[in-house]
Structure formats: structure tokens, C-alpha cells
Design a protein around this ligand. Structure first.
Ligand SMILES: [Zn+2]
Ligand SMILES: [Zn+2]
Length: 165
């Protein structure tokens, strides 16, 4: 289920009370070698309070995502938490571009930013990961292949490697 990131404006403007929300779901996100799909879960806890034009936002997200090793291209799952507490002027320019109209406030931009903030570019699954064979695509950490050796022999420079320099 897609995470519902919208909060009814009337909950904040009419009741003038602190609004606490707990929700679960996922947001499809692709960022570099990271992604979130329907098998991941985002747990959202938020507390919102509107005072005149200032929206106080406390957000905590606990989520899982997948990152792809840049060497062997295997995806693996990771779980992280990120949080933010801020006051946002909803009529001025705000860093988070919270969308809002008479019906709802949409926290999606903040949540996406908190997620992307924790994603890892250049992720390597293990310091010992040997990556994929450039010739046959075999995962060299799991199984050795002799493509490299074979290619060296066939290369015009192979005689160089036999010189004992
Ligand atoms: Zn790897
Ligand atoms: Zn190979």
C-alpha cells in the first residue's frame, strides 16, 4: 500500500490542535543505486501544529530500502531511521516545498527528502566484494572463473606478462 502523505487541512486549521499521525506504507523511490518498492515499508510518525502561517512539523520515519552494490550489482536491504523537527512558513518559500491547499497538506516532499538523505551512493556490499567478471558476468566473490587468465593469454601483450620484470 502506498503511504498516504496527506493531512486534511481542516484538521490543522479548524481544530487548532496538535495533530499526531502514525501511518505505514511505501513510496516508490529510485535514487542512484537505491530504491524502495512495494516490498519495503515506511513507518511514519508525525506531529503537526499550525500557528498562523507557521507549521510546526515533527517527523520521524523508520524505513527499509534496497541498495545495489556498485561492484557486484546485488541488491540488499537496509533499515534506517531519520527525523526532522522544523517550523515551516506555509505561505512563504519553504525549503521543503510542502504542498498545501484548502483540502490538505502534503508531506511527501519532506518524507522523500528524509529518505534520500539516508540512501547510500557508491554502496559496496562487503569490503571483500570482488565484483563481476568483466567477460562473463560471473560474481567473482561466489565463484572464480578463468576468463581473465584466458584473455591475458590471447592478448597481444600477453608476452609482456611472462617477462619477469
Ligand atoms: Zn558486492
Ligand atoms: Zn568470467
Amino acid at each position: 500500500m502506498i503511504l498516504d502523505t496527506k493531512v486534511k487541512s481542516s484538521d490543522l486549521t479548524i481544530f487548532k490542535d496538535k495533530k499526531s499521525i502514525e501511518r505505514e506504507g511505501y513510496l516508490p523511490i529510485n535514487y542512484g543505486n537505491n530504491f524502495i518498492d512495494e516490498n519495503d515499508e515506511i513507518k511514519l510518525f508525525t506531529e503537526l501544529e499550525l500557528e498562523d502561517d507557521l507549521l510546526s512539523v515533527i517527523i520521524k520515519i523508520d524505513f527499509s530500502y534496497k541498495r545495489i552494490c556498485v561492484r557486484c550489482l546485488s541488491p540488499s536491504s537496509n533499515n534506517v531511521v531519520n527525523e526532522l523537527s522544523s517550523k515551516v512558513n506555509i505561505y512563504g518559500e519553504n525549503d521543503y516545498e510542502i504542498g498545501h491547499n484548502d483540502e490538505y497538506f502534503d508531506l511527501e516532499p519532506i518524507i522523500s527528502e528524509l529518505i534520500i538523505d539516508k540512501m547510500q551512493n557508491n554502496f559496496i556490499c562487503d569490503i571483500k566484494c570482488k565484483g563481476l567478471c568483466a567477460y562473463c558476468g560471473n560474481n567473482l566473490t561466489k565463484k572464480a572463473c578463468n576468463c581473465e587468465e584466458k584473455n591475458l593469454k590471447e592478448s597481444p601483450f600477453s608476452s609482456l606478462s611472462q617477462l619477469d620484470l
